[in-house]
Design a protein around this ligand. Structure first.
Ligand code: PGA
Length: 249
């Protein structure tokens, strides 16, 4: 049985002080024990959030990492640094990083492997653009992204990696994929993982849906058989995030 996960992706929002206020609010509202709750926050907020979530079930996540251990990479953050402050998860390959920062599938794979090397679990994002959906190449696109991102993973890593299906047209638009659309692609992702690592492992890998998840649509989306939770952007910046975590599925 896969444990549900609800991960917040704060993107470039909240100062460290605002971050602590939000975490304190969420701590009081979240009342589900059987959900893995992850807050992926800007690097500058990681230490403050790490302190605020101490003695809670909330886990610390980063939004990005570099694939080298250290060196002349101005402005970047390494897995070693994240590890030392208690980061447990890291988002890799978000569509915003793919488009604005030119992260391709090879870079995504390097980052995934580096995160695992330091015991940090990557949340790997995949998703098609509206044009790709209209051209009917969604499944093809997703399969390529999954195969390249998870290349060279061990079976154990493939079991613990988290894949987030985030259609680009649904991110920040208020227009989420229908339950059936999200299920279809999450099922396809699981099939793809099965082809790579075997069905037994694919049944253990958690697959999330992301893209305009909110307090109203979360329970139906999370009830779909291949959707194991959500990656939440806009709604993770407010109290609503607690409702998404607490959703009765
Ligand atoms: P959204 O963002 O929930 O605001 O659509 C999701 C994401 O980008 O991870």
């Amino acid at each position: 049985m896969r444990k549900r996960m609800v991960a917040g992706n704060w993107k470039m929002n909240k100062t460290p002080r605002e971050a602590v206020d939000l975490v304190n609010l969420l701590k009081d509202k979240i009342d589900k024990e059987d959900v893995d709750v992850v807050l992926c926050v800007p690097a500058i907020n990681l230490i403050a959030v790490a302190e605020s979530i101490m003695h809670t079930n909330i886990k610390l996540g980063a939004e990005n990492l570099h694939y080298e251990n250290c060196g002349a990479y101005t402005g970047e953050t390494s897995a070693t640094m994240l590890k030392e402050i208690g980061v447990k998860y890291v988002i890799v390959g978000h569509s915003e990083r793919r488009s604005y920062f030119k992260e391709n599938d090879v870079i995504v794979n390097k980052k995934v492997l580096k995160a695992f090397e330091y015991g940090i679990i990557p949340i790997v994002c995949v998703g098609e653009s509206l044009e790709e959906r209209e051209d009917d190449i969604t499944i093809e696109k997703i399969r390529i992204q999954v195969k390249k991102a998870l290349k060279n993973l061990t079976d154990k890593q493939a079991e613990s990696v988290v894949v987030a299906y985030e259609p680009i047209w649904a991110i920040g638009t208020g227009k989420h994929a229908t339950n059936e659309q999200a299920q279809e692609i999450c099922h396809e992702i699981r099939k793809c993982i099965g082809e790579m690592f075997g069905e037994k492992i694919a049944q253990k890998t958690r697959i999330l849906y992301g893209g305009s998840v909110n307090g109203k649509n979360a329970n139906e989306l999370f009830a779909m058989p291949d959707i194991d939770g959500g990656l939440v952007g806009g709604a993770s910046l407010k109290e609503e995030f607690a409702n998404i975590v607490n959703a009765d599925v």
